[in-house]
Design a protein around this ligand. Structure first.
Ligand code: IFM
Length: 491
């Protein structure tokens, strides 16, 4: 989750990382950080010496989002999103940058498709920009924007690359924010209209659709502690943003089924295993798990909200539970629980929780201070999903790590080590029956990392933002070998 705020975690010792991922380069990259005694949970599993194979048909991809890569913010009738507004505020973005030019993908997509084909990727996850397709968030579709995305989807298809399309990756049209944004229930209806336009425009293409990207990040970082657009700091508004986003998801799933478009549909949730510091006192960790995971998983997959996620206790979203309940109309939860074809999981790491429910540092972080790295947490998460939410097919739609430096580099053994360790945990979970069907690395390209601007580079492919020159990093070459073999080899 790309944010700091109440959830900010101190930088930790990177010691213990060898044990976690077996990556000398990653440990070296992290070694410059302050030493300390990090209570990293001991690994319980050692990867085999032989390559770990993935099932036939396993999907290997990479991911981006519109505002982070497209640039061209006024092209073809696009109007401002909340991120344009937010980025223009002094101090909102670390390097005072904006989403222009980002990676200029709106114009350079043919080159990026060729780069993906060169890596052998089977799929590309990208998002559609609502403020391009409906520049003011409602009304007629902007044909120029739809034509652009049709060209992108067709270019991908021509190279045998499947499209995985997110409808909303945080770039709400500013005009809708002016009407209350996600605090306003009507935004869920506007989203359904927008989704219908997109489904109909691409109805012939076999797409894996994702309604929302990380509704938790958008609700919490954007509406609770103001680190993201729209920059609000009100937990009750954040709670409304949770419910109305989930309602929007359910309505869009229903609309997808009614419209009969090709493809499948799901939602992309960022999930995080929570480990109690003291396993004999798990209540705080349970509450934190409620806020971080079950507040989103339960309504979508079980049709109910957990009772412990919202309230005044540490670890809870500090909103008024009665006000949250009052937002919910009869039938909302049935809509939200409309059956999905898959669950898209975004996994970056873990957190600890003290006995009260306060977040605690238990693992080394990357250059993103919120990212506590523990590859085995992915296995734990996948096994938990299979246990608590059985049957639903799973995709990992984001996993990755930033470079330790903001400078452009292609020398990124830390990323190779990180991905290898996570692929191994994914293979391990598949071997134990988890229905994981694909894995998308975040990100295809260095891009605009929200409040960090261009200071965190998450790409497999380096981008020089002055020249827009693209250069695959060493990890991209390694990843292409994994894709070709459909297997991950030991280091
Ligand atoms: O860049 C973000 C992405 O937009 C959503 N998931 C986390 C990534 C890294 O912070």
């Amino acid at each position: 989750m790309p944010d700091d705020g109440p959830r900010r975690r101190p930088d930790l010792s990177r010691r213990g990382f060898f044990a976690l991922v077996g990556g000398a380069a990653l440990a070296a990259a992290l070694a410059s950080c302050a030493p300390g005694e990090t209570p990293v949970p001991a690994p319980t599993w050692t990867p085999p010496a032989d390559p770990m194979a993935f099932p036939p048909g396993f999907v290997w991809g990479a991911a981006t989002s519109a505002y982070q890569v497209e640039g061209s913010l006024t092209a073809d009738g696009r109007r401002p999103s909340i991120w344009d507004t937010f980025a223009a505020q002094p101090g909102a973005i670390r390097d005072r940058s904006t989403g222009d030019p980002a990676a200029d993908q709106y114009r350079r997509y043919p080159q990026d498709v060729e780069l993906m084909a060169g890596l052998g990727l089977g799929a590309y996850r990208f998002s559609l920009a609502w403020p391009r397709i409906q520049p003011t968030g409602s009304g007629a579709a902007n044909v120029a924007a739809l034509d652009h995305y049709r060209r992108l989807v067709d270019a991908l298809g021509a190279r045998g690359i499947r499209s995985a399309v997110t409808l909303f990756h945080w770039d709400l049209p500013q005009a809708l924010q002016d009407d209350g944004g996600w605090e306003n229930r009507a935004t869920a209806e506007r989203f359904t209209d927008y989704a219908a336009i997109c489904f109909d425009a691409l109805r012939d293409v076999d797409i894996d659709w994702m309604t929302l990207n990380e509704p938790k990040s958008h609700a919490f970082a954007g509406h609770w502690y103001g680190a993201h657009a729209p920059g609000l700091r009100d937990p009750d508004v954040a709670a409304a943003a949770v419910h109305h986003q989930l309602l929007a998801h359910g309505l869009a799933v229903q609309r997808f089924r009614e419209g009969g478009a090709s493809g499948r549909i799901g939602i992309a949730l960022n999930l995080i295993p929570v480990y109690p510091l003291d396993p004999t006192l798990p209540d705080g960790a349970t509450r934190l798990d409620g806020r971080e995971n079950r507040l989103f998983l339960d309504p979508v997959l079980k049709g109910s909200y957990p009772t412990d996620a919202i309230g005044a206790e540490p670890g809870q979203l500090p909103a008024d539970p009665e006000a949250f309940a009052a937002l919910q109309r009869d039938g909302d939860l049935e809509v939200i629980a409309a059956p999905n074809d898959f669950l898209a999981v975004q996994y970056y790491g873990v957190t600890g929780a003290d006995s009260s429910g306060n977040e605690a540092s238990i693992a080394p972080t990357s250059a993103a201070s919120w990212q506590q790295i523990r590859a085995e947490g992915l296995y734990d998460l996948l096994m938990r999903l299979r246990r608590d939410y059985p049957e639903i097919p799973l995709l990992i739609t984001e996993n990755g790590i930033p470079d330790p430096t903001p400078d452009v580099t292609v020398d990124d053994p830390h990323r190779t080590d990180f991905l290898r360790a996570h692929f191994q945990q994914a293979a391990r979970a598949i071997g134990e029956g988890v229905p994981l069907q694909g894995f998308y690395v975040w990100s295809l390209l260095d891009n605009f990392e929200w409040a960090e601007g261009y200071q965190q580079r998450w790409g497999l492919i380096a981008v020089d933002f002055d020249t827009q020159e693209r250069t695959p990093k060493q990890s991209a070459e390694w990843y292409s070998q994994v894709v070709a073999a459909n297997a991950v080899a030991a280091a």
